[in-house]
Design a binder for this molecule. Structure first.
Ligand code: GLU
Length: 288
């Protein structure tokens, strides 16, 4: 890795058009990278073949262009299947086991805010096929988030997680390999991925990859619900780009200069006057 060069990224999943919630992630990661004279890379998280669609990756790339967020690299997970196979092979076999639990079985387990916590029921079955789980042992129970401060993992959340499903690799595994291959050193993303950070740091240590810095920004909520791909009314459109950028900068508590009106100048001013410490140190934030 080039010393001291900030390398950040935005990693949308192309399962829908870009909505204002993921656009907040794009803007925050882009401005932070550019404020630090760094690179900003785009990764299309298209490993999930059921949900990913080419029309959505094309539309995301176009929207970013229309909003003048130019990536320094575009990387598709689907171009890296061989890398995932190679790295999966490097995980010591005794750390993994096959699991045959169906969705139905998993959804019957006690549910927590991070989803179901797997109880390890396939660990001693010596199965030869199914999803591949890694034992989550000896993990670090805390890390220092650049926005949220010290985050401690509730020990009851520690459970063996899937690195490769029955038919495809899991996001949480691919992301670790991708960040390494893309030489990313700073991850700016939504706080809905805080828990996955523990799993990802566990894998980074296992592969002896450098540990990354994480900044988890608040996730946008519409009253009580997280804004998601199904909220078509929350899609963003370049016709309103100035309004959208202003809205996001306001949410991020950034200084706005009332004398600057054009989209390009507002973006440039935001990069120059970027104050990452002013971003609310919360996991959620309301849109209005
Ligand atoms: N692709 C993931 C998502 O859209 C984000 C991955 C990441 O930032 O690590 O939720």
């Amino acid at each position: 890795m080039r010393d001291n060069l900030y390398i950040g990224r935005f990693a949308p999943s192309p399962s829908g058009k870009l909505h204002i919630g993921s656009f907040l992630s794009a803007i925050t990661s882009y401005i932070d990278a550019k404020h630090n004279n760094g690179l900003w890379k785009l990764r299309i998280d298209d490993i999930d073949s059921e949900r990913s669609k080419k029309i959505y990756s094309e539309s995301i790339i176009k929207i970013l262009k229309d909003f003048l967020l130019d990536p320094d690299e575009i990387y598709y997970q689907t171009d890296h299947l061989n890398d995932y196979i190679n790295y999966l092979d490097r995980i010591p076999k005794e750390k993994t086991y096959f699991c045959e639990c169906t969705r139905k079985i998993i959804s019957a387990l006690p549910q927590h805010d991070i989803g179901a916590i797997y109880d390890g029921r396939c660990l001693n079955k010596n199965l030869y096929q199914g999803a591949l789980r890694i034992q989550m042992k000896k993990i670090n129970f805390s890390f220092n988030d650049l926005n949220l401060g010290l985050i401690e993992l509730d020990k009851t959340y520690v459970s063996d997680f899937i690195v490769r499903g029955k038919n495809q690799f899991a996001y949480v595994f691919c992301c670790v390999i991708d960040d390494y291959l893309q030489e990313v050193n700073t991850v700016v993303r939504g706080s809905d991925l805080v828990f996955q950070t523990f799993q990802q740091r566990y894998l980074q240590e296992l592969f002896s990859f450098p540990l990354l810095s994480y900044f988890h920004h608040p996730v946008l909520y519409d009253e009580v619900r997280k804004i998601s791909k199904s909220d078509q009314d929350k899609e963003i459109h370049p016709d309103n780009r100035t309004e959208i950028l202003m809205k996001i900068l306001k949410i991020l508590n950034q200084k706005i200069n009332p004398n600057i009106n054009s989209y390009k100048s507002i973006l440039e001013h935001a990069i120059e006057s970027w104050d990452i410490k002013a971003i609310p140190k919360s996991t959620k934030i309301n849109l209005d």
